[in-house]
Write a protein that binds this ligand. Structure first.
Ligand code: ATP
Length: 437
């Protein structure tokens, strides 16, 4: 039987509306004759004094039927994943909640997804990744706030330790290797010695290679989405795990410097351009692969099944950015229109990487120059010409590829401040292209 302590005050730290909802759901559990628990990250974080609202509930009984009931009662959106006996609810106010059936998992072979069977809450906690994530809190009235901590989760939280529940844990599911690094770095915890040994052992085999690309990519993405993943990346290097991004990924001192410079570049970017939404994990992936050959990058993109946008980003990480950087940090003057031409087809992620590359070079003067160019570019990138193709036509210009050239030259002149009005644009076209006014 799991060790229980009564800690209702812990749950009360959640926002009132969430506590109210959890109480009502516990009540619903009693009405249906099933035990309902909140489990995993929310409980861990409450015990650590943090509030997270990624609610994971687990039900001793039919979790999906229970999820339907909750969704009906609150008008929540519902997505059901029968195979894993889980459902995801989205409440009208945007709150998300996963509801699952308590279950045991068995792995037909390492690294594949498990088959699941209904089981007790203790077994459900035992299938989890680490003791700190295997603590449940009951929601039924009378037991509201009862902590079930069968495997020493609270002890490990106090000792700031990550510990697996059994020796086969990383074999069953190698994604836990990345999860362990994620929690270790996020909370500044240590791996408990046996866990550390098991992790190193699993990392030294080819188990991770057996994970599907999207599952591996998902873990990497989560790791890189952490507040500051630089130390986590250093851990991947130390454990020789980068080879699972690609076995010929080129990780040089320079790549390490660029990766280390990314948080600074991201912070500067976020301060200056608050409307720009940057996909931070992709910037790290771009930085990591920035000195790898196009063939290696292409293979990584294929294995990870990256979206087209992400794929385009990751493939511009290398020489394309270096060329732009070279020209932008040269001593001679670069006109605003030239800056625009150098940067116009780069995504914001690529621009952050460009900045990180310069931060890594530790050349203050050139860095200031580059920052000025970026500020100019971001101001200019919304500039448009007043004239369009139709206007050129009505001015007597024969339609054709020259339109692109003319409009391009007009835009350059606008960006360089040589012309500011439509009348000046017309005069510019007439003069440059020999039209009769
Ligand atoms: P985060 O704060 O990063 O969201 P979390 O602990 O909430 O962390 P989730 O991925 O949302 O992480 O998972 C919820 C819970 O499900 C975990 O706390 C853990 O109990 C369990 N879990 C998730 N992934 C695994 C896994 N690969 N193996 C075993 N248990 C897992």
């Amino acid at each position: 039987m799991a060790k229980q302590t009564h800690r209702p005050a812990l749950l009360q730290r959640l926002p009132d509306r969430v506590v109210g909802l959890l109480r009502e759901i516990g009540q619903l559990g009693d009405e249906r004759g099933c035990q309902v628990y909140v489990v995993g990250g929310v409980v861990r974080d409450l015990l650590l004094g943090h509030i997270t609202l990624d609610l994971d509930l687990t039900v001793e009984g039919d979790g999906i039927a229970f999820a339907r009931l909750v969704a009906d009662r609150y008008g929540a959106g519902l997505a059901v994943f029968e195979r894993f006996a889980t459902a995801r609810l989205t409440f009208p106010d945007g709150l998300k909640m996963d509801i699952a059936t308590t279950r045991r998992e068995s792995y037909a072979q390492p690294a594949v997804l498990p088959t699941v069977q209904p089981a007790s809450i203790e077994e459900d906690l035992y299938r989890r990744d680490f003791t700190i994530n295997a603590i449940a809190m009951q929601l039924n009235p009378g037991q509201f706030g009862h902590l079930l901590d069968a495997y020493g989760g609270q002890r490990d939280l106090r000792a700031r330790t990550i510990r697996v529940l059994h020796v086969g844990s990383f074999q069953d599911d190698p994604t836990r290797i990345f999860r362990a690094i994620r929690f270790e770095q996020r909370y500044g915890f240590r791996l408990e010695p046996t866990t550390s040994r098991l992790l190193a052992q699993a990392a030294s085999t080819n188990l991770i290679q057996q994970l599907s690309g999207p599952r591996l990519q998902n873990e990497i993405q989560l790791l890189f989405a952490e507040h500051n993943p630089v130390r986590a990346i250093a851990r991947l290097v130390q454990l020789k795990l980068l080879r699972f991004l690609h076995r010929r990924l080129c990780y040089t001192t320079n790549v390490r410097r660029v990766v280390t410079a990314v948080p600074k570049a991201l912070a500067w970017w976020a301060r200056r351009f608050q409307d720009s939404v940057v996909d931070r994990p992709i910037v790290y992936l771009m930085a990591l692969s920035s000195e790898s050959s196009p063939a290696v990058v292409a293979a990584m993109i294929r294995r990870f099944a990256l979206s087209r946008v992400h794929a385009e980003n990751v493939s511009t990480g290398g020489s394309r950015i270096d060329r732009a950087l070279k020209q932008l940090t040269n001593k001679g003057t670069v006109r605003p229109s030239q800056v625009y031409r150098l940067l116009a087809d780069l995504s914001d992620e690529a621009l952050v990487l460009l900045l990180a590359k310069q931060v890594a070079r530790q050349h203050g003067v050139r860095l200031s120059l580059l920052k000025r160019h970026l500020l100019t570019y971001m101001k200019n990138r919304t500039v448009k010409t007043a004239l369009t193709g139709l206007d050129l036509q009505s001015m007597g210009l024969k339609p054709g590829p020259q339109y692109k050239t003319i409009l391009g030259k007009l835009l350059d002149a606008r960006i360089d401040g040589m012309i500011t009005t439509e009348a000046e644009e017309r005069a510019f076209v007439q003069k440059r292209f020999d039209l009769v006014g």
